[in-house]
Design a protein around this ligand. Structure first.
Ligand SMILES: NC(=O)c1ccc[n+]([C@@H]2O[C@H](COP(=O)([O-])OP(=O)(O)OC[C@H]3O[C@@H](n4cnc5c(N)ncnc54)[C@H](O)[C@@H]3O)[C@@H](O)[C@H]2O)c1
Ligand SMILES: [Zn+2]
Ligand SMILES: [Zn+2]
Length: 365
């Protein structure tokens, strides 16, 4: 009994209330079962959803809460029913760690739309143990929700693909952006999701325009990320000229904003795909949709099969995130900067190299 509890002992950084301030937290992972992979976490990306969750923006958070769903690590223990992974394999864990496995969505490899899907954190396992995310030293996950991390992908800059990458890849395929080369995509908001959208869209052969509130990131977007053009929403003349020029707009903005200018950018039959999750509902103008047979849709991450496909695609096309690597102890200032959109373009926590140091410092106190 004592041995099992010791193996389950874990250490991470948790938010304890809506201030969202993260601090060291000792907890237990659930028992490792025959279908499970235990993962020693190396790196974890910092998604804006983590920021929403620690602040309880969506009214869903239960504290203490350890965020993190862009996890890359090493399999350290593999259950006897698991054939796909062995100890020592590099693996990834994303936003979901469970689903019913039998509903219509699960049967179509769309576990992300299963009514019973289980988030990586802020959820519970069947035995009642709270699930905590990747800002921690290890995690126990059912092998069906563990991904093989391709050899060609670096663990640090590859980690954000596990949420930001699949969140951009899946709707590009579903909404038909990849069917014909040269279609014009506008990417609204050049943050963690947006900058990956530019890279993946270019690999699919799309023409990409970044839509942003200021021209601050214009040179980088074009020279480094490979965007074809840059549209500043406060430049009313340029916005007017761009009306009706885009086949698709991907809206990644996390805050309140108006959809009308984005819908106006679409051609007839154009599609606005919303993935950002502002805490309050946005107003949906119906007239321009009706008059232009335009569509507004949503999308949430992707299923496990498609997530693996996306990782392999990104490895093949050398697509990784542009990251700022931080130590675990930097997380609170990183969250403050993320709230101000002051990151180019994703924070990634060097978990293995900063968490253990903290733990040993704590034990000496
Ligand atoms: N649908 C999904 O499956 C899914 C997955 C991951 C994240 N998300 C959500 O997507 C949103 C974005 O996540 P992220 O990690 O990319 O965040 P981020 O903070 O890295 O990026 C958001 C970007 O939008 C920009 N922005 C803010 N207001 C803007 C405005 N009015 N006009 C133009 N740009 C504006 C910011 O400058 C920032 O660059 C969040 O709400 C997050 O919760 C959804
Ligand atoms: Zn995310
Ligand atoms: Zn299901």
């Amino acid at each position: 009994m004592t041995k099992s509890l010791d193996c389950n002992k874990a250490f991470g950084w948790a938010a304890n209330d809506t201030s969202g301030i993260l601090s060291p937290f000792h907890f237990s992972r659930r028992d490792h079962g025959d279908n499970d992979v235990t993962v020693k976490i190396l790196f974890c990306g910092v998604c804006h959803s983590d920021l929403h969750m620690i602040k309880n923006d969506w009214g869903l958070s239960h504290y203490p809460l350890i965020p993190g769903h862009e996890i890359v690590g090493i399999a350290t223990k593999v259950g006897k029913n698991v054939t796909k992974f062995k100890e020592g394999d590099r693996v990834g864990v994303g936003v979901i760690i469970g689903s019913c496995q039998s509903c219509e969505s699960c049967n179509q490899d769309l576990e992300n739309y299963c009514p019973e899907f289980v988030f990586t954190y802020n959820s519970s396992s069947p035995d009642g143990t709270r699930n905590h995310g990747g800002y921690s030293d290890k995690i126990v996950v059912d092998h069906r929700f563990v991904l093989s991390f391709p050899d060609g992908l670096p663990s640090d800059s590859g980690a954000p693909l596990l949420c930001a990458g699949i969140t951009m890849y899946s709707p590009m395929k579903y909404y038909g952006m990849t069917e014909e080369k040269g279609k014009h995509l506008g990417v609204n908001g050049l943050g963690g999701l947006g900058h990956i959208a530019v890279k993946i869209a270019k690999a699919f052969g799309l023409k990409v325009t970044v839509i942003s509130r200021s021209s601050d990131k214009e040179r980088e977007a074009i020279d480094r990320l490979g965007a074809d053009s840059f549209l500043v929403t406060t430049d009313s003349q340029k916005m007017k000229e761009a009306i009706g020029t885009m086949d698709f707009v991907m809206d990644t903005v996390a805050a309140d904003h108006s959809l009308l200018p984005l819908i106006n950018l679409l051609k007839v039959n154009g599609k606005l795909v919303t993935v950002g999750l502002p805490e309050k509902p946005l107003e949906l103008p119906i007239f321009p949709l009706v008059l232009g047979r335009k569509m507004v849709g949503g999308s949430q991450i992707g299923g496990m099969k498609e997530t693996q496909e996306m990782l392999d695609f990104c490895a093949k096309h050398n697509i990784v995130a542009d990251i700022e690597l931080i130590k675990m102890s930097d997380i609170n200032s990183a969250m403050d900067r993320l709230a101000k959109s002051d990151v180019r373009y994703r924070f990634v926590i060097d978990v293995a190299n900063s968490m253990n140091l903290l733990e040993s410092a704590e034990s000496k106190l």
